[in-house]
Design a protein around this ligand. Structure first.
Ligand code: ADP
Length: 488
């Protein structure tokens, strides 16, 4: 566990690693065994205040650095984090549970945001606007919004951080990061990387804690915080937005999803099966907001699709993320395991049929962890909880449909609107459906999800604002119009 030993366990405030003012720490469990991996500082409101003050002080000089200077720090972070990919991957597996190969892939993706925004830092363009008066000049510039409070979840403990701090730092903002209580170590290791590349003190601060409300509240009431960038549940996102209203803080929210995965009769069959397995089971055991939540298959190919899909799901190896060939690791904690179990049990009661899996795994090596068998449910209807709610586990409900119009209506009948997928070779249908789906991301014959180059975010209750792409940096800037009358 030397990768764990090497990570700082304290708060990072103004470039110093410090204990929580209370002196308290909390334990980080390994979800595969339930055993503590490490103890880290349990910060509170006072620590958050110090971190915010330090970010505010640092903003004065950081916001005035040249874009190319900021870009160089991000390039160095890209390089150093890439060098530490294997260690970071193992760290993620210890605290998050996902298989170590998957974790390393996450790190490789996460560093890409340093790379992308190192470039974007140099393209925060303004505009010279044609004036309405001959002796007046108008121009527009973009300036950093100020101190950013970033709150991130545990499912992609590296990516969710870099996707926020890279554009924030690139834009000239300073940051106080509060990572998820389940995965503080990855956050601390990333902060150490930024410290090691010489990022000035106070530009990035990290406050870890066990109960998020207290620090969350400080972020909302402290007037020095100008923006809250959040990824997590829709419930907490709404709470933060309400809290941000008092001071009209900027918010960007990337929240829950309920992705439809639609397979038409003319789809490339193997690609559709492969894609569905990938986006359901290969991303943190289904605990991702862009995971397929409802798989709609055209009735004419439903039996064939189900058979091929179930065969692949049965071959998935479950276990600790450190075991070779494991595809599905443990769920993050007992609450998640109970929620997934409850959704499946309720569906079965309402008439769903279990094609494979169907319950938690408890025997032998699974005894202490939070393992759930990769599950496929048939005879599922739109009104069941598994269709309406975000499952966040390795459970695939299969539903059938007859017409294009019907499936689009059913796919859109949710308050969520993050990711969606469709598989077809019909070009007309691609455009009709991609335009009709009320989702921020539409994968057409593609189940790989978003990339650094594309803006990512949700429609409806899946969020506000976009991360990644060129839009991702706009979220960290304010637009200023400057009107100048020329001297006579
Ligand atoms: P998840 O179900 O993915 O854990 P949450 O929305 O509960 O989603 O958590 C995402 C992030 O939000 C985590 O960093 C968590 O600590 C934080 N969080 C949860 N509740 C609050 C809150 N009341 N105020 C601020 N942050 C919170």
């Amino acid at each position: 566990m030397s990768v764990v030993k090497d990570v700082p366990k304290q708060l990072l405030i103004n470039g110093q690693w410090v204990d929580a003012k209370s002196g308290k720490t909390f334990e980080v469990p390994n979800p595969a065994t339930g055993e503590a991996v490490a103890a880290v500082a349990d910060g509170g409101a006072e620590d958050a205040r110090s971190a915010i003050r330090s970010a505010h002080e640092a903003f004065k000089s950081w916001s005035r650095t040249s874009p190319i200077e900021r870009s160089r720090y991000l390039e160095k972070a890209f390089k150093l984090m890439s060098d530490r990919r294997d260690e970071l991957g193992q760290l993620i597996t210890f605290e998050n549970g996902k298989p170590v190969e998957e974790a390393k892939k996450e790190v490789a993706f996460a560093v890409g945001y340093f790379d992308w925004f190192a470039g974007e830092a140099r393209r925060i363009y303004g505009e010279l606007i044609p004036s309405n008066v001959a002796t007046r000049r108008l121009w527009m510039i973009r300036q950093p919004v100020g101190v950013v409070a970033a709150i991130t979840p545990w499912n992609f403990p590296a990516t969710m951080i870099t996707r926020k701090i890279a554009p924030a730092l690139a834009a000239g903002c300073t940051v106080v990061l509060k990572p998820a209580e389940q995965t503080p170590l990855t956050a601390l290791a990333i902060a150490k990387i930024l410290q090691d590349v010489g990022l000035p003190p106070g530009v990035l601060n990290v406050v870890t804690n066990l109960y998020p409300e207290e620090i969350g509240q400080e972020f909302l009431v402290n007037p020095l915080v100008r923006k809250v960038a959040f990824t997590g549940s829709t419930e907490v996102g709404k709470l933060l937005m309400r809290g941000a209203a008092d001071q009209l803080k900027r918010v960007s929210l990337e929240l829950g999803g309920n992705a439809p995965f639609i397979v038409f009769e003319d789809a490339d069959f193997d690609a559709a099966v492969e894609g569905a397995v990938g986006i359901k089971y290969l991303r943190v055991a289904g605990q991702s907001c862009i995971c397929a939540n409802r798989i709609y298959v055209h009735e004419s190919i439903a039996d064939r699709f189900t058979q091929a899909f179930v065969e692949k799901v049965k071959a998935i190896k479950v276990g600790s993320g450190f075991e070779p060939d494991v595809i599905v690791g443990p769920l993050i904690n007992k609450d998640t395991l109970d929620k997934v179990s409850g959704l499946v049990q309720a569906a079965v009661k309402q008439g769903a049929k279990v094609a494979t899996g169907g319950g938690p795994l408890k025997e032998g090596a699974f005894a202490k962890g939070y393992f759930y068998a990769p599950t496929v449910l048939l005879n599922v209807t739109d009104d069941m909880g598994v269709s309406r709610e975000e499952i966040f586990g390795p459970v695939a409900p299969i539903l059938t449909f007859q017409t294009e119009q019907e499936v689009v209506e059913r796919a859109n009948k949710t308050n969520y609107g993050l990711a969606s997928y469709l598989f077809t070779k019909d070009l007309g249908r691609v455009f009709r459906i991609a335009e009709a789906l009320e989702y921020g991301l539409v994968g057409v014959n593609d189940a790989a999800g978003y990339t650094h180059e594309t803006p990512f975010g949700g429609f409806k209750e899946s969020g506000l604002g976009r991360e990644g792409g060129k839009e991702g940096i706009d979220e960290y800037t304010e637009v200023k119009s400057i009107v100048v009358n020329l001297p006579k």
